[in-house]
Design a protein around this ligand. Structure first.
Ligand SMILES: [Zn+2]
Length: 294
């Protein structure tokens, strides 16, 4: 074994530089811009998505997605510049989590006004992360941006995956952009960190009551697809099923029993993203709620 290892090491040293530096043939591009309608686009950076809206009077961008790639904001702005030279007037944060909103500096330097929910501003002002541009304007229940013939309603539907998530609604285009709390055919992230039960369920009903047809999510759906109201209904049903399973465990006094929580299976959702990885953590979160009231 030692000899084999030594031989491999020698072989590695002997590898000609040209061969060593060869990149894998089919490396997927790290970012992409997709057109949804004449004026609405999606910018994707390594599994994170932001919407931007182009009007003759300026651009409204959303999350700068400069966390998975430090240059995310810069690249995002360059992608917008390939489409229009109109000024970026606004950057609207979906919610305050760094993985979506870090990297806004290039937009700030270009003169954009940053908008977020009031609770996001409060959290960000306390956290003082140097990668985050603080909001200039805040939204409470609802606010509207009208620019160059396009209208965006910024709507707060209550606490869910954070206490400051906005639904950005384009009534004419019947599109919404909202992030992280309505996964498309995927289970919820880990133990729903920063999440609020039971308020989350009310948010599903409020977003279903709005007039829209397509949802741009913060993480792409299967095959990169956008979401529909059926996806919202399915996400709500999944949370309901997890909640019911955990409620049953709580009634049996098994909510501190890892084995019992790990044994919960919901075969209906087996094909969903992160099912095996996160279902037990999702169950644990609801077990805390039903078993101990938090
Ligand atoms: Zn988040």
């Amino acid at each position: 074994m030692r000899l084999a290892a030594a031989c491999l090491a020698a072989l590695a040293l002997a590898t000609p530089p040209a061969l060593a530096q060869q990149a894998p043939a089919a490396a997927p591009p790290q970012f992409a811009t997709t057109k949804v309608t004449d004026n609405v686009y999606v910018f994707r950076m390594m599994g994170h998505q932001a919407m931007f809206v182009v009007t003759p009077e300026g651009v409204i961008a959303t999350d700068p997605v400069g966390f998975v790639n430090k240059k995310g904001g810069e690249i995002f702005l360059a992608e917008i510049r390939k489409i229009t030279q109109a000024p970026v007037k606004y950057v609207v944060y979906s919610h305050h989590h760094y993985d979506h909103i870090a990297g806004g500096k290039p937009f700030k330097d270009a003169g954009a006004t940053f908008v977020a929910h009031r609770n996001a501003q409060k959290q960000l002002a306390a956290l003082k992360n140097p990668e985050i541009v603080l909001p200039d304007q805040v939204v409470d229940e609802r606010s509207t941006i009208e620019l160059g013939g396009t209208r965006l309603d910024l709507v707060y539907v209550g606490r869910n995956h954070s206490d400051n998530t906005l639904v950005i609604h384009l009534p004419k285009e019947k599109i919404i952009f909202t992030v992280d709390w309505i996964p498309i055919q995927a289970v919820q992230f880990r133990d729903l960190p920063d999440g609020f039960l039971p308020d989350w369920f009310e948010g599903f009903d409020r977003v279903l009551a709005m007039d829209w047809e397509r949802m741009i999510p913060g993480h792409p759906g299967p095959g990169g697809r956008l979401g529909t109201k059926d996806d919202v209904r399915a996400a709500k049903q999944y949370m309901t099923d997890v909640s019911d399973a955990a409620k049953q465990l709580a009634a049996e006094g098994k909510c501190l029993n890892d084995e019992a929580m790990n044994a919960v299976k919901l075969p209906k959702y087996e094909g969903w993203g992160a099912y095996a990885m996160f279902l037990p953590r999702n169950v644990e979160r609801f077990c805390e709620y039903w078993g101990r009231g938090y």
